[in-house]
Ligand binder design. Sequence first.
Ligand code: GLC
Ligand code: CA
Length: 529
Amino acid sequence: MTTRPEAWHRSAVIYEVAVHSFQDSNGDGFGDLAGMTKRLDYLEWLGIDAVWLLPIMPSPMRDGGYDVSNLTGVRPEFGTIDDVKAFVADAHSRGIHVLTDFVINHTSDQHPWFQESRQPGSPKRDWYVWSDSPDRYSDARVIFIDAHDSNWAWDETAGAYYWHRFFDHQPDLNFENPEVREAVKDAVRFWLDLGLDGLRLDAVPYLFEEDGTNCENLPGTHAYLKELRAMVDAEYPGTVLLAEANQWPEELLPYFGDDDECHMAFHFPLMPRLFLSLAIGDVAPVDDIIMRTPAPPPNSRWALFLRNHDEVTLEMVTESERAAMIDAYAPDPSMRKNLGIRRRLTPMLGNDRRKIELLNAVLLSLPGAPVIYYGDEIGMGDIHTLNDRDGVRTPMQWDSSASGGWSSADPADFYLPVVATEEYGPTAVNVAAQMSDPESLLSFTRHILQTRHDTPELSEAGYERLEVDSTSVLAYARDSVLVFANFSGQPQSVPANGTILAGNASLAEGSLDLPPLGWAWVRTDEQTP
Ligand code: GLC
Ligand code: CA
């Protein structure tokens, strides 16, 4: 057992990693847990508080591992259960917490539960959602619109349709069935028994279905999550549940319950609006969504992110906003996926260091736990022509060699190729070079993480909007720390007093001068207005 500080998640900065692309320790071209352990020196140096591992369970890998064929095991290419324990123990010895993905809503069609369920007369038939007709739940939207136009698929062996909210090889579990509810709890226990500090619950809004509804956020879903939370609190105190729910703030808030459901939930609507505001040089979209975001209960936190392993989902913006964003950020159709944009942070922002720093400065100062996507701290590029969302999951670039130093395998055997362009390949973008360059993006990231650590207000204080005389400056107070971010390409001046903690603005005689796309964190002794 580990001793973890109660509520460690309240001040955590989380680092998200695709294990298969981080570090290959045995030269088979697939990243693994032993490789993760080797790179803990780096993660500790960087100064993050927690690592979130993408799914490491056995999987045919038809959806990046989110197609799980055994909820209580490790895919052999990632390593063994002992490798999980070794990684967790080493991370803990450095004060780093470990979360992993837990795919709760569905399994792979290769999971033995589904294979049994398909058989006529199977006692497990009711473990998945079957129907004689594909007309039930017709008000539920299709999420992967590039792949499917229905949430039902026909299974010949079963002689029935099965329900799937994502790919048709990912049948949804039937949470109406008490056996499923218990089996999933046992799988959660399996992972937390290994010493993990928490689980990211994948796709939580869809656990229950009900005719006449959109089958999202239903009462049954919240009731089950509360059961899980009660179990976790009783049996694994200090471990956390992080909800992935791509929903509006008012639908998201119930996932915290009364501090008795999930400890954290991703803030999906904020993310595209940060990019939108940058594209139009006007902070209104960001400001609107923040004003529409209720404060979570005291022990709960938003999980904030700029980019992750998925496309920039544009479900939570209007049609015209979506068009503006596609225009600005995905001019080439191959950059688009489903309703979103499959690109990494740096190429999306045109490799403009000012924009990258600006968005990170906002990410790290809004109320919530910031999540940084591996590789974005060095400005990695993507390969948007790869299958599905694989283009944003390419190998980490550790050094300037052609392989990026992540694997000794023949590059032809790499699970995913290394970015090879002049602008973003390992010669131009790698950890080793940036570690020794105080001016690099990596050094900037490490430094701003340190400043955040030294500024507890940024994890604990509430959000207070500050009035400023400019539509392109986002201004807010977190207690006595003021944040100013200029989303336009024009310099801006705003009244302010205090000392600059971080940023590229200058402060004199009650005036803060922000360069184009400039920003500042300011400590003030004055009462905020
Ligand atoms: C989540 C994951 C995504 C996956 C989907 C289906 O949204 O983030 O990568 O494809 O769930 O499991
Ligand atoms: Ca390997």
